[in-house]
Design a protein around this ligand. Structure first.
Ligand code: PXG
Length: 464
């Protein structure tokens, strides 16, 4: 298969023309338009297979980011393409609004209820993680209204959380740069994140985890528990820099939420579908949640689809006394996307990919990352399953970050790309989340290319 893909990279794309058209008309997400234009545009990605993709110049890259944390079963899966094509021939679209369903939506709903923890038996579909989180925000407030406590409106989140880009989702998120472009909606507050390496100083990591959790309780007490409806968190913050909380954190969060009757929302958009070595991130941390946000790995990115898993407590209230829930998207439960998601779950199961992450590739990545620890530029490496991070720091001993956050990370990211591996720089943290099909040998390659890039970065900044 690789050969034919290599050959296809010889197809006659006119890179210059494509980049010119793109620069002239395409406003990309999270992009500084002037600086992209200054560089004459980026790369044109033309095709992909397994853990690799190719650009229009025929260069091959190991995709250390699984697209954008999503292509869990890897590229080139004909089964997923067939599932979509067959479904589109049979029924390309029908809505799920007016007392109607279709086979893929019904079957996927059952599959998700079976796959998720026992208290999740109902699902609401959307098209992106952002829309799913918007949906949850409305559900939380609707629920408390139904329960006769409409004042429990506030949702607590964390600084440096990422929950999406729509207005509600970016407000739930804790990215200041996003908040500063237009503000956030009311009744959402943010507390400390459990980022020991960056913010824990001399405090013992487990003690720091407890403190970070208690920041939630302090906020609840400050506002009054009768005002707080829910807490939202990613089991591991992905876009925030792969922040893996100390073990003490989540159990304490759980205790606090229970004590104050605050619903717990687990945003599983990145951690879901095997990333951490369990089907869902909350299983890796022993969390019991009221909502799960699912997207990305649900379809391995082959088609856009997201899902809100609604816990029994909330679902019962909605069903028994909610009346009509005035909410939904044209493409809620899109038949082709549901068909792809179903097939994707079948592949993850059949190939034992989640277990492989837990027992083989996850531990292998952890070991490979460890070999970078001796590098003068590397302050810490951390991973869980196939999500990992390398902290680039000015001073290993004091854990001091660079004065201009993001500069060194960007240099390293560019060197990674030159070396044929894609990793993302979050400030000066190199993060990775490769497809779950990656082999131990490919993990070694990925880390070897990362080391070269880190070496080149150290040289560029005069560190070695
Ligand atoms: N929750 C989490 C935890 C996410 O990581 C979303 C919600 C929103 O999903 P949608 O499908 O609306 O994008 C995400 C998305 C990055 C990056 O640069 C991360 C995401 C999206 C785009 C870029 O790390 N995560």
């Amino acid at each position: 298969m690789n050969d034919s893909h290599e050959a296809r990279s010889g197809r006659n794309y006119n890179t210059e023309e494509l980049l010119r058209e793109d620069l002239a008309h395409h406003l990309h997400p999270f992009t500084d338009y002037k600086s992209l234009a200054g560089e004459g545009g980026g790369r044109v990605v033309t095709h992909a297979d397994g853990v690799y993709f190719w650009d229009s110049e025929g260069r091959r890259y190991l995709d250390g980011m699984a697209g954008l944390w999503c292509v869990n079963v890897g590229y080139g899966r004909r089964e997923l393409v067939s599932a979509a094509a067959e479904q589109m021939m049979e029924l390309p679209f029908y809505n799920t609004f007016f007392k109607t369903t279709h086979p893929p939506a019904a079957e996927l709903s059952k599959a998700l209820a079976d796959l998720t923890p026992a208290n999740f038996n109902h699902v609401f579909y959307a098209n992106s993680g952002s829309e799913a989180n918007d949906t949850i925000l409305r559900m939380v407030r609707h629920y408390w209204h139904l329960e006769g406590k409409p004042e429990k409106r506030v949702i607590i989140s964390r600084h440096n959380a990422y929950h999406g880009s729509t207005t509600a989702a970016l407000s739930l998120g804790g990215m200041e740069a996003m908040h500063n472009q237009g503000g956030i909606i009311p009744d959402i507050v943010h507390v400390a994140q459990p980022y020991w390496y960056g913010e824990g100083g001399d405090t013992d990591p487990e003690e720091f985890g407890l403190q970070a959790a208690r920041a939630i309780e302090e906020k609840i007490l400050e506002l009054g528990a009768d005002k707080v409806g829910a807490f939202i968190g990613e089991p591991i913050q992905g876009a925030g820099g792969v922040i893996i909380p100390p073990k003490s954190y989540w159990p304490e969060v759980q205790r606090i939420c229970r004590k104050h009757d605050v619903l717990l929302i687990c945003d599983e958009v990145i951690c879901g579908f095997g990333r951490t070595g369990t089907w869902f991130g909350l299983e890796s941390f022993g969390i019991e949640a009221d909502f799960l946000t699912l997207a990305k790995g649900l379809s391995s990115g082959y088609l856009p689809i997201s899902a809100v898993m609604v816990g029994d407590r909330v679902a019962k209230s909605f069903i028994d006394k909610g009346g009509e829930f005035f909410h939904g998207f044209t493409y809620s439960g899109h038949p082709a996307a549901c068909a792809v998601a179903l097939k994707n779950i079948e592949i993850l199961r059949r190939e034992g990919l989640v277990e492989r992450v837990r027992t083989e590739t996850g531990p292998h990545l952890a070991k490979a990352l460890k070999t970078l620890e001796d590098h003068p530029l590397v302050g810490e490496v951390r991973s869980m399953g196939l999500i990992g991070a390398i902290e680039l720091v000015k001073d290993k001993a004091t854990r001091a970050h660079f004065d201009e956050p993001g500069k060194v990370g960007t240099i390293c990211r560019d060197h990674c790309i030159e070396n044929g591996v894609v990793m993302r720089a979050v400030r000066d943290i190199m993060v990775m989340s490769p497809p779950l099909i990656i082999t131990p040998a490919q993990i070694d390659d990925m880390i070897a290319m990362a080391r070269k890039a880190i070496d080149a970065t150290a040289k560029d900044i005069g560190m070695t």
